[in-house]
Design a protein around this ligand. Structure first.
Ligand code: SF4
Length: 70
């Protein structure tokens, strides 16, 4: 299953539109390269839960969110 933070956008939100959808990471708030999008989509032997450092850092940080803000 693809990463839940993966989105596809046709624009950058600043007036630039693309002729095709581009992979966008909701955690980073940035577009990702087609190579990274393979990880996001769990293509081939990739698994975003183990191969994406952004995902892993985000998920491991969620458990300590209250401690960080408290
Ligand atoms: S870069 Fe990582 S966290 Fe972002 S959408 Fe892809 S797999 Fe998910």
């Amino acid at each position: 299953m693809a990463c839940p933070y993966l989105k596809y956008r046709r624009s950058d939100g600043n007036g630039t539109r693309f002729d095709h959808e581009r992979a966008y990471c909701g955690i980073q708030g940035a577009f990702v390269s087609p190579m990274i999008a393979d990880v996001c989509n769990d293509r081939d032997a990739f698994d975003h839960t183990t191969h994406c450092d952004v995902f892993r850092r985000h998920e491991s940080g969620r458990g300590t969110e209250h401690a960080q803000h408290g």
